[in-house]
Design a binder for this molecule. Sequence first.
Ligand code: HEM
Length: 505
Amino acid sequence: MQFRDLPLVSGSEPFVGHMRTMRDDRLGFLNRLTREVDRVARIDTFGRDAAVVNHPEVLHELLVENARTFDKTEMMRFALYPLAGEGLFTSNGELWRRQRKLMAPLFHPAQLQRYAADMVSCAARGQEEWRDGQTLSLAKETTRITMSIAGKTLFDADTFTEADEIGDALTVALRWTAANSPSGLGVAHLMARKIVLELMNRVPLVPAGRLVKVADRLQSPLFVPGDDGRRLRAAIATLDAQVQRMIDARRAAPDKDDLLARLLLAKDDSGANMSDRQVRDEILTLFVAGHETTATALAWAVYCLTRNPDVYAAVEREVDALPGAPSFADLERLPLTLRVFKEALRLYPPLPLFARQTHVPATLDGCSLGAGTVVIVCPWALHRRADLWPEPERFDPDRFLPEAEAKRPRYAWLPFGAGPRTCIGMAFATIEGQLVLASLLRHARFEPLAEEVPEVSATLRPKNGMPMRVRLRKAATVGPPLSGSTSSTPRATGRQASAPRRSDP
Ligand code: HEM
């Protein structure tokens, strides 16, 4: 079968294809993919078609079996380049393979135990300021918590918030990235790059080395005009300077045990360390890939509980039965908490879309794809297939009981992707999700003040920030002190010893 013969998803308009609907009603578009795409279909993005895959068998072919043929997309690399450079999320080919091999041991579940206490302490510190009956934006609170966990585990920074210089610069750069994936600026760069690469083949007089350099340069934004550009450049300059300062400090006094120190020590097969530039790209990649995804997942998990009072009551009993603040040793006592987190990731996958691009002609599900074809994976749509997830809109953590999991196809649940490029932080995020969720639920009961809807951006954020009223609970506890810290022991709060009440759905 040829690519043009694939069924076209409905809603395509003359000239603009699906671009308008993808821009104006992103969630509606994802729901359309749920309804219409069984195995592979075609969407029209401005005259350039892309494939959408929505079946576990084809996902296995794309992400696992033929992973070497399908790279990360040029557009995603363009948008993330100022921030993440050639880090693990964006790089391709040999560089990616080398880095993945080097970094995988740092994220092995056994290595993550050392970060568990910091995760709980950061959660406790984040909750400290809450007052009984207070209204807050849960999405903002979970972001504060996961940002401080990222700061502590990556850079051993004790106070790490959006107000800090690095946090602020990261926020500016992240906003630019979200606004530019995709963007006209990206399209222009990538078209110019294509022309340069074609010139290389057609005009043998121009030295190829020079053209390769120009083509490489065009993978990232050459110049971003206006205020946005000024802010982005200032933010990147701050990040570069701060991360270099931290690298220099770790080299001078290598006594810390954060991820930065461990990245600096990692060696590849030839015994070589990473360059400072590569360490900078990896640190910022981990920060970006790690904090907002987990924050979003935590906020949706709490929201799902508030809509399902029976599950909420059961999970509250589970977390209240812990002897004290949750710890790494308690993970196995929190099976329902884990199932709640996984089910929230099913209904609200923090990365609702991700994509691949063939660099050579390829076949997928028997269909021929030309070199350069983009293939989209949509966990949102996959996680709502009624044949895989009966009553897909129903929140039911028991879908993740081991016997239920064993009955489903392996690639039916993809919040963390699959294959060689599966999320390296999956175990980290799962431990963080379980511990922080347990900590939040022990500390407070949450009452939603409004119905929430997802906003499809780089991540699946709650559109209204998830306003909640918090009722502080009797079981509220503080976590252990942050490791290596003498000054930041969380204070006991003036919490109320009110009896737990069932929340309104
Ligand atoms: C609930 C939280 C998280 C979700 C839903 C999530 C989701 C994902 C997904 C879907 C991918 C694959 C994207 C693709 O195939 O194109 C990915 C890759 C990645 N994630 Fe996560 N992630 C989470 C947490 C984290 C954390 C905590 C870290 C780091 C501490 C992290 C670091 C990364 C990195 C570095 C990659 C690129 C891996 C590679 O290409 O080799 N993520 N993530």
